[in-house]
Design a binder for this molecule. Structure first.
Ligand code: UD1
Length: 362
C-alpha cells in the first residue's frame, strides 16, 4: 500500500464517529496531515457534536450541512457538497466508515475525481437489499481502492464478489478500539442513579433497548407490538429505552404510548456504554450494538431477520429474533432466570485495529 501524506476522513452520522476516532488518533501519532469533513447527515448535539467531544476528536474542519431528506435527496446533497470540497482539497486518500448514506455518497464523488478511497468496516453483508445500508455497503466496497475488514466473513464476501485479495486487509474492529479505550471512563454510575438501577450491592437487573430501523419503527403494527411487549417486560424489570429521533417521530405519528418503558432522549457515547456494560440484556436493531455487547459479554437480542455481523451470533452473545416479539419476551425471561447465551471475543477485536490501519497507510 502506498504511503499517504494527506488523508481526508468523511463522517456524517452517529455510528461513523466511534469508527473514525481510533484511525484518526493512530494517524495523528504519525506525520500524516488529516482533515475531517462532516457531511451534516446527523446534526443534533446528542447525535453528533457531543459524541465527537467524548471521542476527543477535533471539531470537523468542514461541515457540509446536508441534513435529513429522502435517500436520493440526502445522497445527492452529500455528493454535490463533497465533490465541491474535494476539487480543491485533493487528498492522497479519502477514508469512509461503515454503511450510512454519507459513506456511499462521498465514495461516488471521490472516485469520479480520481481520488482513492479506503473503506473501514468493509465486506459486511446482510444479504438483504431491502436495507438501505446493504446498498451502501455494496456500492462503497465496489468502488473503494482499499478495503479494511473487521472479521474473516468480510474478506470472504469480498473475494466471492470478485475483489482482488490484494485490496483487502483484515484489521479487526475499530468500534472495539473506541470501546476498549473509553470503557474506564464509562462506569455508568450517573445513569444507574438517574434511572434508579442501583441497589445496595450494585446495579440491579435492567433491560436496555434501542430500536430505530425502518423495518421496526416505520411499520405502525410492528412498533405497537414491540412497545406492547416491552411494556409487559417492564412489569418485572426496568426497561430503559433512549429513543432515536426517527423512532420518537414515529411514536408520535402512530400514537404509540411508552407505557411502563423508561423512554429517554438519545444518549451520547459514554453514558450509553455505561448502561450497556451493566445491562442484563440488550434489545436492539443496531449494527454496532450487536458488536459492543459481544465484546462486553452482555446477551443481545436483535430484532432483525438477518445480520451483516454474523460473528456476533456464531462467536458472540447475539441472537437474531426477526420480528418475533413473543420470542423477545421469552428470551428476556430466560436470561433473567440465568439461562443466557455466553460467547467469546472474535479474532482481532483487541483495541488495535486503528493502529493496524495507520500502519498500512502511512
Ligand atoms: C442513519 C443510518 C443508519 C444508522 C443511523 C444511526 C442511513 C441510510 N442510515 O439512520 O444506518 O444506524 O443513522 O443513527 O444512512 N434526525 C434528527 N436529528 C438528527 C438526525 C436525524 O432529528 O441529528 C431525524 C430526522 O427526522 C431524519 C431522521 O431522523 O429524517 C432519520 O435520519 P437519517 O439520517 O435519514 O437516518 P437515520 O434513521 O438516523
Amino acid at each position: 500500500m502506498p504511503h499517504h501524506r494527506t488523508i481526508l476522513h468523511v463522517v456524517g452520522a452517529r455510528p461513523n464517529f466511534m469508527k473514525a476516532a481510533p484511525v484518526y488518533h493512530a494517524l495523528a501519532a504519525r506525520s500524516v496531515r488529516q482533515t475531517i469533513v462532516h457531511t451534516g447527515q446527523h446534526y443534533d448535539a446528542a447525535m453528533s457534536g457531543a459524541i465527537l467531544k467524548e471521542l476527543e476528536l477535533p471539531d470537523p474542519d468542514v461541515n457540509l450541512g446536508v441534513g435529513s431528506g429522502t435517500h436520493a435527496t440526502q445522497t445527492a446533497q452529500v455528493m454535490i457538497a463533497v465533490e465541491e470540497h474535494l476539487r480543491t482539497a485533493r487528498p492522497d486518500l479519502m477514508l469512509v466508515y461503515g454503511d450510512v448514506n454519507s459513506t456511499m455518497a462521498a465514495t461516488i464523488a471521490a472516485v469520479k475525481l480520481g481520488i482513492d478511497v479506503g473503506h473501514v468496516e468493509a465486506g459486511l453483508r446482510s444479504g438483504d437489499r431491502s436495507m438501505p445500508e446493504e446498498i451502501n455497503r455494496l456500492v462503497t466496497d465496489r468502488l473503494s481502492r482499499w478495503l479494511f475488514t473487521p472479521s474473516r466473513d468480510g474478506d470472504e464476501n469480498l473475494v466471492r464478489e470478485g475483489v482482488d485479495p490484494g485490496q483487502i486487509s483484515m484489521v479487526g474492529n475499530v468500534m472495539v478500539d473506541t470501546l476498549v479505550k473509553l470503557l474506564p471512563a464509562a462506569d455508568g454510575e450517573e445513569q444507574l442513579r438517574a434511572f434508579a438501577l442501583r441497589n445496595g450491592s450494585g446495579p440491579s437487573p435492567f433491560v436496555l433497548v434501542t430500536l430505530h430501523r425502518p423495518s421496526n419503527v416505520d411499520d405502525a403494527e410492528m412498533l405497537a407490538r414491540l412497545f406492547a411487549a416491552l411494556d409487559r417486560i417492564a412489569r418485572n424489570v426496568p426497561v430503559v429505552f433512549p429513543v432515536h429521533p426517527r423512532t420518537r417521530e414515529r411514536m408520535a405519528r402512530f400514537g404509540i404510548a411508552q407505557g411502563r418503558v423508561a423512554v429517554t432522549e438519545p444518549l451520547t457515547y459514554l453514558p450509553f456504554l455505561g448502561l450497556q456494560r451493566h445491562a442484563a440484556v440488550v434489545i436492539t436493531d443496531s449494527g454496532g450494538i450487536q458488536e459492543e455487547t459481544t465484546f462486553l459479554g452482555v446477551p443481545c437480542l436483535t430484532m432483525r431477520e438477518n445480520t451483516e455481523r454474523p460473528v456476533t451470533v456464531s462467536v458472540g452473545t447475539n441472537q437474531l429474533l426477526g420480528r418475533d416479539t413473543g420470542a423477545m419476551e421469552r428470551e428476556v425471561e430466560a436470561i433473567l432466570a440465568g439461562r443466557r447465551k455466553t460467547g467469546s471475543i472474535p479474532e482481532l477485536w483487541d483495541g488495535r485495529a486503528g493502529e493496524r490501519i495507520a500502519g498500512l497507510l502511512s
